[in-house]
Design a protein around this ligand. Structure first.
Ligand SMILES: [Cu+2]
Length: 308
């Protein structure tokens, strides 16, 4: 209960603007001006992070209040004026045991839920879809191995100087027809040409890797951040609660263009996702024509296209 109260308190900074935006544009997972605290949660992992964060806030607040209270008590009660003749003892066994054991217990109380959360984020219990995310200097590329959708690049579109404004407008005009969810105006340094399309209410397994240097694929509103390391395949997962557009960025300093490689996810219904996949998939190979001399019935088993 207390944790919920603190969570609501924390979210007050960003929630009203996000909610207001949800009515008009579906860019729900985005930073807002003057937003404080964590972004609103749109995935079970982020909900758990909020709960953990709220619990931590309660614990650290209690510690600060206790230590501050002790300090004030010592300052007031034992200064030279109020306590002119101090006691001369230097040890108290009970007190020393308590101030050693108490922090250990507090750390354990923090470590257990922390580990639970880390393990929860590690692997999807029953993944329904896999996406491979590759970090490049300085853009992302995405592939859907199960759907046979080859890797495609997701390059940033950022607003520039007046000199480049026309080029940006052109880039946006080219990109917008590909978006399943149109957004009112591009968010500064957060828009891309090809967004990552994912279905909602689906356990999506995410593989990350790096093509050149270490990057990190992060979307705050979904509670996901995974390093993309060259030569490694890291795994995590996500599940999105609601349709909308979610924004993130590279979270690992990766060079000059680090601030210019946003992540944009379009979360859509499963039906819309299936339609998008059908459009995106390469056309099925045409059945090989049987040689004229071979009877079709005999040729069929060997030449029929593989279906699954
Ligand atoms: Cu980076």
């Amino acid at each position: 209960m207390l944790a919920r109260f603190f969570a609501v308190l924390l979210l007050l900074g960003s929630f009203p603007a996000a909610a207001e935006e949800a009515g008009q544009a579906p860019a729900i997972g985005a930073p807002v001006p003057w937003g404080i605290g964590l972004q609103q949660a749109f995935s079970p992992m982020k909900h758990r992070m909020h709960d953990f964060h709220a619990m931590m806030l309660v614990i650290i607040t209690a510690i600060v209040v206790l230590v501050m209270g002790l300090l004030i008590y010592v300052i007031v009660r034992f200064n030279a004026k109020t306590n002119p003749t101090p006691k001369t003892f230097a040890h108290n066994t009970l007190l020393e045991v308590v101030w050693t054991a108490l922090p250990v217990l507090i750390l354990l109380a923090v470590a257990v839920p922390s580990m639970q959360l880390l393990y929860y984020l590690d692997k999807a219990p029953q993944p329904e879809l896999s996406v491979k995310v590759t970090g490049h200097q300085w853009y992302w590329s995405y592939a859907y191995p199960d759907q046979k959708i080859d890797s495609f690049d997701s390059r940033p579109i950022w607003d520039g100087t007046p000199q480049t404004a026309n080029a940006i407008t052109q880039l946006l005009d080219d990109a917008k027809p590909n978006w399943l969810i149109p957004t009112a105006k591009p968010l500064r340094l957060l828009e891309v040409d090809n967004r990552l399309v994912l279905p909602i209410d689906t356990q999506v397994r995410i593989y990350t890797t790096g093509a050149d240097v270490i990057h990190s694929w992060a979307i705050p509103a979904l509670g996901i951040k995974k390093d993309a390391v060259p030569g490694h395949l890291n795994e995590t997962w996500l599940k999105i609660d609601r349709e909308g557009v979610y924004y993130g960025q590279c979270d690992q300093l990766c060079g000059m263009g680090h601030g210019f490689m946003p992540v944009v996810i379009e979360a859509v219904s499963k039906d819309k996702f299936a339609a998008w996949v059908a459009k995106k998939q390469p056309p099925a190979p045409a059945p090989a024509a049987s040689p004229a001399v071979t009877p079709p019935a005999a040729a069929a088993p060997s030449t029929a296209p593989k279906t699954k």
